[in-house]
Structures are given as structure tokens and as C-alpha cells.
Design a protein around this ligand. Structure first.
Ligand SMILES: C[S@@+](CC[C@H](N)C(=O)[O-])C[C@H]1O[C@@H](n2cnc3c(N)ncnc32)[C@H](O)[C@@H]1O
Length: 123
């Protein structure tokens, strides 16, 4: 698959989130629940989150807006596809999540997030 075909593939893959009851949307609900629980358990202070191959960032961006620890979270969703990264960026800004920085590079070149407390990986 060349890089533009890969981008089209992943954009299409994300459309299944919009199908009610799809396995992908059920999986997302589960991931979000676990993420919420993990945030609940973190000690006071900054919480660093690294989300690898983040796509539209639906996991962390679906949890933070109404989570009590939102102000403590510094999250870096890392996503290669420019359209999906832009979706994540828009969602973060729309929710006023100033601690979220979308990183648009291949994961292997992502700036090392110094010892993140939480990792998400939804590939
Ligand atoms: C299966 S999707 C998962 C997306 C998201 N984590 C989720 O669960 O909704 C995999 C994602 O990884 C991205 N990706 C693939 N190779 C990548 C790489 N080398 N670096 C960063 N992201 C990559 C794709 O663009 C795609 O959005």
C-alpha cells in the first residue's frame, strides 16, 4: 500500500465508528471506560498520556471533556495521517483541552514523552 492508499484506508476505517452498534464503537466504549478508570486512579498532579497511532483520538478525547482530572492531563496523541490528526486537533480545541498536543509524525519518530503514566494504543 502506498502512503496515500494507507491514508484513505485509515480514514475509511474510522467511518465504522459512526455505525450504531458496530464492533468498533463497542470497542471504543470499553477503551474509554478503562481510560476513565485509569485516570480516576492517578495520584494528584500532572498526568502524562501518550496515545500511539491515535487516529481521531476518540479514546482520550472522548473521556477528558467531562473528567474531573482534565486540567491535570497532558496528552500527546501521535498520528501519521494528516486528516485524522486534523480531526483530533479540531476535537481537542473544540473541547477546550489545552493540555492536548496532537503530534503528526510516524510513531517511531515521536518525541519521547518522558515516562508517560498512561499509554493508549488502539491499532
Ligand atoms: C487501527 S487505527 C486506530 C486508531 C485509534 N487508535 C482508534 O483506536 O480509533 C491505526 C491508526 O494508526 C495510524 N498509523 C499507522 N501507522 C502509523 C505510524 N507509523 N505512526 C503513527 N500513526 C500511524 C493510522 O493512520 C491509523 O489512524
Amino acid at each position: 500500500m502506498d502512503s496515500s492508499a494507507a491514508e484513505r484506508h485509515w480514514v475509511g476505517w474510522h467511518r465504522r465508528y459512526d455505525l450504531p452498534g458496530s464492533s468498533l464503537s463497542r470497542r471504543l466504549a470499553l477503551v474509554q471506560r478503562r481510560l476513565r478508570e485509569a485516570l480516576d486512579e492517578q495520584p494528584a498532579g500532572e498526568i502524562r498520556v501518550l496515545s500511539m497511532c491515535a487516529g481521531q483520538g476518540r479514546d482520550i478525547l472522548g473521556v477528558l471533556p467531562d473528567h474531573a482530572r482534565r486540567g491535570d492531563v497532558r496528552a500527546r496523541p501521535v498520528e501519521l495521517d494528516p486528516d485524522l490528526a486534523a480531526d483530533a486537533e479540531r476535537a481537542a480545541r473544540a473541547a477546550g483541552l489545552d493540555g492536548v498536543e496532537v503530534v503528526r509524525v510516524p510513531i517511531a519518530r515521536a518525541p519521547c514523552v518522558d515516562s508517560p503514566e498512561l499509554l493508549t494504543f488502539g491499532a
